[in-house]
Design a protein around this ligand. Structure first.
Ligand code: ARG
Ligand code: GLU
Length: 716
């Protein structure tokens, strides 16, 4: 018994590493305050999150759905990342006014530009509604009964929470449904672009530097929230005025040192920290490697064609960047998990869990079956998951197939319409017309991708796991991907922009084409096969895994009472704390925790797509004209690393010092540490932060928009 306890304490101390965790802000007092104070924090929990008084949470913004921003003036001015503002900047860019290339700066409020569909959301309050959501469920309720009760409760509670207000609300499950929290939010709809550096500054280093340290890009952009005269959200109007926030984040010009306390406040998207060894094994040994290999093939083909032609390079730039982003992330993740021996670590924990469970017959009855059951589900789920990866990363990597899928949806809706059934034909058609299929498309590139992907598919997916029609097609062509590709592309009728547009403009006339077109025909077979034979079982297994994970977490909480558990990220507001910290990526190498403008000049390659440096920035560097933004030693610091646990969605999040002053904006993670979505390795996992002094330097010295700083609360 004593030994088990000892082992458990060991495991617990192993698991609750200081920097790991994305915590719920309303629970800081109960969970983290002592630890945060011990690590240097000078604020109270109330100053970080309060419902009745203004607190830092009132200045944290969910930006454009997937990013974070922070309010830095009493006139609704917000800072976020350049890559978060990217599509807004692109939206306002034309060939004549190329803001992506040259940057954009409003020199007064009149010049700020409204961006349609750009929202800014602020959390009003968070409430634990677990008991209310589960009300009515008994031990005897069936799964479907549980589902319907939960759904009905959620709906009623969400509605009740906002009666008589202009707020919105939603409830989300935490810990796989062991807990539920209600969020009441205020969403602003008039958000205007104020400033953005040129891409050569905001995206300096491009894909080469993405997910990497040392880093040198000023990944920021500036927007402003507008409200109506009553300071409430309103649709865009020239009558709207800058939003008056409940809290303004002060900005520190004092910098930071190795070991200083840091806190990140934002909206992390998705993590899976409590998975079993079976899941981690699947991710690191099968799913990540497969997706990486498939994307690598595709990226290589795209890259070769992009190097050959400027037109292709420009039209494939965004597509390439987004495929490359997760390609690189998954590669870092699988390597990190391997180096950290993640599966063995999970197995060790599982054996301790089982040992503790087995000491008590009641616990054994309740939790004793989790691992055998998980093992069983995963043996099936693994195969299905591979199928799903082949669908999204291989078959739909072929643009022709991917676009055909949309036309198939349209066709199905049209058929419903023709039968007089309820349908979404008109709205779907209108929506698709806007999407601009084949707008950024190069047929020769897609042909190469098609051949390569079919080859991967033929070699990777056995006959019995293929849609019958596709399989017969492959067999009839002797497994010859080239032959199949040639046939498809020489007989299809819609694989270019004009043809796709003609079809969409008079769709009903072209419907029967779809039955005869080989790309449509094949894609239809693929889509049908997946929706009938793969997705239902896949989702069934996911549900089962969810139930087992729910029980597993319940067990962990019961057994390890001293351990603090944080819920997986789910795009809700979280606090992560850690410290300014460097790391050693491998034997013999130690990185510094910050970079400087000198490093930009070291990376400088004239006229390079990724590493060119703007003449004005070079000039400021050579004159050392850094104003009050330089560090004590006279260097201009650009970015730094810290040990905050972050993930996608934390982009743009404020990074605070111990006093709640802004020292930077979060924008990335290090490659070696991207495994932190699955398992946090305190020696390797770092978030990458843009130094706010470099942000201010770019706004003031580079862009000449220093008037914006007058609105800010600068702490000198
Ligand atoms: N890796 C960062 C984040 O996930 C930035 C991505 C955008 N930048 C880029 N070079 N693709 O998601
Ligand atoms: N760049 C990421 C984002 O867009 C943040 C990096 C990460 O995944 O931590 O949210």
């Amino acid at each position: 018994m004593k030994q088990t306890l000892l082992a458990l304490t060991l495991i617990i101390s192993l698991l609750s590493k200081a920097d790991e965790g994305m915590w719920l802000p309303q629970l800081l007092n109960a969970m983290n305050m002592k630890d945060m104070k011990k690590n240097g924090l000078k604020l109270t929990a109330e100053q970080i999150y309060s419902v009745n008084k203004s607190s830092i949470k009132d200045a944290i913004v969910q930006f454009a759905g997937g990013c974070t921003a922070e309010i830095v003036s009493n006139q609704g001015l917000i800072l976020t990342n350049h890559h978060c503002g990217y599509s807004a900047i692109a939206y306002h860019s034309t060939v004549e006014k190329d803001y992506l290339t040259n940057g954009f700066w409003a020199m007064n409020k009149k010049e700020e530009v409204y961006t349609p569909n750009l929202n800014a959301t602020i959390i009003q309050r968070i409430e634990d509604v677990t008991a209310k959501v589960l009300k009515g469920i008994t031990a005897n309720s069936t799964e479907s009964k549980k589902d319907s009760i939960t759904k009905a409760n959620i709906k009623a509670l969400e509605k009740e929470a906002i009666v008589g207000t202009h707020y919105e609300s939603f409830i989300k499950p935490f810990f796989y449904g062991n807990e539920y929290y209600l969020f009441v939010v205020e969403t602003f709809k008039d958000v205007r672009m104020v400033g953005a550096p040129p891409s050569s500054i905001g995206k300096f280093g491009g894909e080469s530097d993405n997910w990497m340290w040392p880093r040198h890009n000023a990944d920021f952009s500036v927007f402003r929230i507008y409200a109506n005269k009553d300071n409430k959200p309103a649709e865009y109007s020239t009558d709207n005025v800058p939003y008056k926030p409940k809290h303004v984040i002060p900005i520190s010009l004092k910098g930071y040192n190795q070991g200083d306390f840091t806190m990140v406040y934002g909206f992390p998207g998705r993590t899976q920290e409590y998975l079993s060894s079976y899941a981690v094994d699947m991710i690191m040994n099968e799913s990540d490697p497969l997706k990486v290999a498939l994307r690598e093939k595709r990226l290589n083909i795209m890259n070769a064609d992009m190097l050959q032609s400027d037109a292709v390079r420009i039209s494939y730039a965004t597509k390439y960047a987004s495929i490359a982003n997760y390609y690189k992330k998954w590669m870092g993740e699988m390597n990190g998990l391997k180096n950290y021996d993640a599966v063995a670590k999970k197995q060790l924990f599982e054996s301790k869990f089982s040992a503790a469970v087995n000491t008590d017959p009641v616990k054994k009855e309740k939790y004793g079956n989790i691992f055998p059951q998980l093992q069983k589900v995963y043996s099936e789920y693994k195969t299905l998951s591979k199928q799903v990866d082949y669908y999204s990363e291989c078959l739909l990597a072929i643009d022709a197939f991917n676009y055909a899928r949309f036309f198939i949806t349209l066709n199905n809706e049209l058929k419903k319409k023709q039968k007089g059934a309820t349908n979404t034909y008109e709205t779907t058609l209108a929506e698709y017309k806007k999407l601009g299929f084949f707008k950024n498309y190069n047929k020769p590139t897609d042909i190469k991708i098609c051949e390569a992907m079919l080859n991967e598919y033929i070699n990777g997916v056995s006959s019995n796991n293929r849609p019958y029609i596709l399989d017969s097609f492959i067999v009839a062509n002797n497994n010859d991907a080239k032959k199949i590709t040639e046939f498809l592309f020489s007989n299809t009728n819609f694989v270019d922009k004009e043809k796709a547009e003609t079809m969409l403009n008079d769709y009903e006339k072209y419907t029967n084409l779809y039955e005869r077109d080989p790309v449509f025909y094949l894609t239809n077979a693929i889509v049908k096969y997946y929706s009938n034979s793969v997705f239902p079982q896949f989702q069934y297994d996911e549900r089962e895994i969810n139930e087992l994970q729910k029980l597993y977490l319940q067990g962990q909480k019961e057994l390890f009472k001293d351990k603090k558990f944080y819920p997986d990220a789910n795009s809700t507001l979280r606090v992560a704390y850690g410290k300014v910290n460097n790391y050693k990526p491998k034997d013999g190498v130690e990185y510094n925790y910050y970079t400087t403008l000198d490093g930009i000049m070291e990376k400088y390659i004239a006229n390079d797509e990724e590493f060119d440096v703007h003449p004005k920035l070079r000039d400021l560097h050579s004159k050392k004209d850094y104003g009050p933004y330089a560090n004590k030693d006279g260097k201009l610091q650009v970015a730094f690393t810290a040990s905050n646990h972050t993930t996608g969605g934390n982009s743009g999040s404020p990074v605070f010092n111990a006093k709640g002053q802004l020292i930077g904006t979060n924008f990335d993670r290090n490659w070696e540490g991207t495994m932190s979505d699955i398992m946090y390795n305190p020696n390797q996992c770092r978030n990458i932060v843009l130094d706010v002094r470099y942000t201010l330097f770019v706004i003031d010295k580079f862009a000449g928009a220093g008037y914006l700083l007058n609105e800010m609360k600068l702490v000198k």
